[in-house]
Design a protein. Sequence first.
Length: 195
Amino acid sequence: MSTQTTGDFDTLCTGDLPTKPWRPQSELEANPIGLPRDVCETLSAQLDRHLASLYTMWHQYRKHHWLVTGPQFMDLHKYLEANYDEIAEDGDLVAERMTAIGGIPTCAPAAQEALSYIDPEPEGMFHIRDSLKRDRESEGIIAINLRKTIQEAGKHGDFGTERILKKVLVHAEDRAHHLDHFLEEDSLEIGRADG
């Protein structure tokens, strides 16, 4: 275990902290809402993948927010910020639902990346149009996967998960739709007399 020190302070982490949780992530807790254990096992795993994918998108939108440049900088900067804020709220809804049905959300960034069905954008700066295309494609993938879990939840009578994921789905669809507008070929610059 690494030891951290800061300035004149003594060692902050000494290795005396527990390394094993009192309840492992693989152990599903009995839920207080009356859903069968097998349904909770299935849906908890799917919710965890959605959560990991949402956080992959959160990181991508943060990156694009930090790196966007050009004539539409401020509009895109604010738009991307609104997206990562919305995704953070949606991720919280998904994680809270997961705990309600007895699961433990994956929280470590490397574990989330491995679990995500969205591939993160490689490190480095890409042209914003390429980044937005990647975001639009990723939002579409999220929407497809959310619909599958919504159907699964409804089939098993888990209407709470179904309702929460429908809200998350509408947000993903709206973001994809708005990204599509940003990526359209039309512009106020087209048809200018001096253009």
